[in-house]
Design a protein around this ligand. Structure first.
Ligand SMILES: Cc1ncc(COP(=O)(O)O)c(C=O)c1O
Length: 401
């Protein structure tokens, strides 16, 4: 039995996994093949070069692990650090919390910097830690670029600025799972040492590729890092890169062809146009939230996320009930509030393969659901605010000009 069937399409507005373009689905509908033939290495070689472009790096080395974001986290940590190493890590929501849990279970010595959920990483605390660490005991800074649980985007340029201001050599490890390929991400410019993302987010593929891109400094660190690693060991990959066969174990053939198609679409639209589209989607959503008289969980504009908006609901309303109704009555999938903000927010994911009119459908659905659960919203108010903005700002589709 297929539990998702309903008339029309499911309106998928969770902040990952996201909608997959038809071209990508078609590209993956193919037989298995021998990955030791010349075809897969040729395909992989080009994919690795193209992946660098979406991370904005020319010097980084990409690894495409058959895994999820969680595996990519583990790969970033275990290849660059040794047990007991001191790292600074920020908890601002559920995903940064889960990464810290992983860091602690891998036996690193984690300096946890906490912020209220809805606020960004506390960079003043980072500054004071860097200022008092002339002995360079801090080996890495771990930061989530975009906290998917609260819709908060951290300022990575500022983190780099602080590291440089104190001439601190700590590695900068960044979770770009819900940012890369939707929000501007500049690996080289920001001196990011390891950046990761997952295929099911802005790249709009199925889950299953964990992207890990390592700077030359990170590759150097991997030569002496003592953390135990096997499946995620970069050195196995590097050996096969040198041989020109690329894969130390079986890759997902179909996902590689899907990635080829996804990257082709990304380059056709243009990275900067993609960032602008996400900015429009984020802005339109925020305008709708304001028109409904509700508050964004994100407390300040400087942290507003263009990939996900967590909407605070009044205390007498259960955010989880909104998500349940959305799915049961309107074939709309919204994101639940997680952990500390469970029941207090619902999330609208607006990333990946999505356009403005799709978003308006979601916003119309949210209005009806809000009314269903007893919130006195004026139907059409959010849609009107969002569409008034969009009507003035949507450009022509790049490929149709
Ligand atoms: C920011 C962030 N990091 C990490 C993860 C974990 O990724 P995965 O579920 O692919 O393991 C997620 C998942 O949503 C995420 O949003």
């Amino acid at each position: 039995m297929d539990y998702v069937n309903g008339p029309g399409r499911n309106h998928l507005f969770v902040p990952g996994p996201v909608n997959i373009p038809d071209q990508v689905i078609r590209a993956m509908s193919r037989n298995n093949e021998d990955y030791r033939s010349p075809a897969i290495p040729a395909l992989t070689k080009e994919l690795l070069e193209d992946v660098k472009k979406i991370f904005k790096t020319t010097t980084g080395t990409p690894f495409l692990f058959p895994t999820t974001g969680t595996g990519a986290w583990e790969s970033a940590l275990t290849n660059t650090l040794s047990p007991g190493d001191r790292i600074v890590s920020f908890v601002i929501g559920q995903f940064s919390l889960l990464w810290i849990d992983q860091q602690q279970r891998l036996k690193y010595n984690v300096d946890v910097v906490e912020s209220e959920w809805g606020r960004g990483a506390d960079l003043d605390v980072l500054e004071s830690k860097l200022a008092s660490d002339s002995a360079h005991t801090i080996k890495a800074i771990c930061i989530v670029h975009n906290e998917t649980a609260t819709g908060v985007t951290n300022n990575l340029a500022k983190v780099r600025q602080l590291l440089d201001a104190y001439s601190h050599p700590a590695l900068l490890l960044v979770d770009g799972v819900s940012s890369i390929c939707a929000l501007d991400f500049r690996m080289d410019e920001w001196g990011v040492d390891v950046a990761i993302t997952g295929s099911q987010k802005a790249l709009s593929l199925p889950t299953g590729i964990g992207f890990v891109v390592a700077s030359p400094k990170a590759i150097e660190a991997s030569k002496t890092a003592k953390s135990l690693r096997v499946f995620f060991d970069w050195s196995d990959y590097l050996k096969f890169y040198k041989l020109g066969t690329y894969w130390p174990y079986t890759p997902s053939i179909q996902l590689l062809y899907g990635l080829r198609a996804a990257l082709d679409l990304i380059f056709e639209e243009g990275l900067e146009n993609i960032f602008a589209r996400h900015n429009r989607l984020g802005t339109a959503t925020r305008l709708a939230v304001e028109a409904w008289g509700l508050k964004n969980c994100t407390q300040k504009e400087e942290w507003f996320s263009d990939t996900v908006t967590a909407v605070l609901v009044p205390p007498n309303i259960d955010g989880a009930e909104i998500v349940r109704r959305a799915w049961k009555r309107y074939n709309l999938s919204l994101g639940l509030g997680l952990n500390k903000v469970a029941g207090k927010v619902f999330r609208i994911g607006h990333l990946g393969n999505m356009n403005e009119l799709q978003l308006l459908g979601c916003l119309a659905g949210v209005e009806m659901i809000l009314k269903d659960v007893g919130y006195p919203v004026k139907l059409g108010s959010g849609v009107a605010a969002a569409s008034a903005y969009l009507q003035n700002n949507i450009p022509l589709i790049p490929s149709r000009i």
